[in-house]
Write a protein that binds this ligand. Sequence first.
Ligand code: ZN
Ligand code: ZN
Length: 320
Amino acid sequence: MRLLTLALFCALLAFNAPATAAPAFEARVLGASGGIDESDLTCVLLGRAGTGESIALDAGTVYAGLVRAFGPRAGDVLKHHLHGYFLSHAHLDHVSGLAIVSPDDTPKPVHGLPATVDALRDHLFNGRLWPNFTNEGDKPIGKYTLVRMTPGEAVDVPAAGLRVTAFPLSHGGEAGSTAFLVTADEAAALYLGDTGPDAVEGAGRLANLWDAVAPLVRSGALRAIFIEASYPDPRPDALLFGHLTPKWIAQEIHVLAARVSPDADTQAKALRGLTLVVTHIKPRTEGQGDVRAEIRKQLAPLVARGVKVIVPRSGERLRF
Ligand SMILES: [Zn+2]
Ligand SMILES: [Zn+2]
């Protein structure tokens, strides 16, 4: 009888066990905004959960974010536990922190699509705007090794145990941008740099990205999507400047769900398994109200469908 009770208890436990697996990743948001505060510009440290080793996705704010996240360990994390930068594009709110930490940083690779890497070499680390800490161009100091990524081809970061694949995004005009798919064994996380919606940009870049990651959503491997919401709604299309708002995020996430399956039940299940981390919010300099709270509220239709929405602050630790 006692054995039977125990067996029943174990069966109940198994039944009640959460469907979600143990966290595969740990992220530290070093910068969560898309402007105007220079101590809070876009940068996310991402690593395997429990290892303390990571890569940086964008580098708008580096040191100020490390201090907020790690206190007196900031310098140690920068020098010994950050194993490379992946830059979505060369706009200053994504690279200025890299320039500022470069004199005190340790040698490491700086990855991006060719247009991003070329822009860094030609216009930032060129000996005029800033000393040339890269390994290319005029009088290179050689601390940062520039690595040009090929869309769809994975790059390994052995020290962090991660693989990273780049996908091009459209970001208004000529700039272009990049999404990085980061994998740790079977688990994956997706980080989108600045991007406009396909309907406005017209290049179909997000549709291509959703096609690529839909199988990972279907299998439950995709743990989180970092995506930008630069402005709250309403925002005229002509004033998006290559960015998203909550309305456009919802629209794009429904495109993703449709790529996961044509079946409504399967789509609903896919949405229930998604975690969105919303970044690059532009703070208000005029007018009233907490823009983060407003954006979160405007994402309520996705939350109602079971999507987990996180609007992090700089320094925050996330596990997924
Ligand atoms: Zn930006
Ligand atoms: Zn940008």
